[in-house]
Design a protein. Structure first.
Length: 127
């Protein structure tokens, strides 16, 4: 389950990419980053920000899952934390696009807590 969650988290930024590019007008694939920067639609900007944040959150999560697995942390604990991370990150993006800043921040903090729990669990398992 945890590895499927890593796959889901790896693909999640692309969902927000689709939202960003689909929310604007006249998407230009020859200059996608420039096109995104020129958009004045707040939904495009928020979806792009969600995309960037999802890319930023992924490495720590993937490393935390692998560390927990290698350290011999209970697989059920790893799976539940990984699943919670993915669900919270989906909510983070939804709240980002919907401009719900407080809920977005809570979802972000919850996802971060899952990563910390995985890392601490791994560290405690090998002491």
């Amino acid at each position: 389950m945890a590895y499927w969650c890593v796959l889901a988290a790896a693909l999640l930024p692309y969902a927000w990419t689709v939202v960003a590019k689909g929310s604007g007008k006249g998407f230009d694939n020859r200059d996608p980053r420039g096109w995104l920067q020129r958009q004045d639609n707040p939904r495009v900007a928020r979806a792009n920000a969600a995309q960037l944040n999802a890319f930023e959150a992924f490495p720590a999560f993937a490393v935390a899952v692998v560390m927990a697995q290698l350290a011999g942390v209970d697989p059920r604990r790893v799976a539940w934390l990984a699943l919670a991370f993915v669900l919270l990150r989906v909510l983070h993006g939804v709240f980002y696009v919907a401009d719900r800043d407080r809920l977005r921040s809570l979802a972000w903090a919850g996802g971060f807590a899952c990563v910390l729990a995985l890392l601490v669990s791994a560290a405690l398992a090998v002491r």
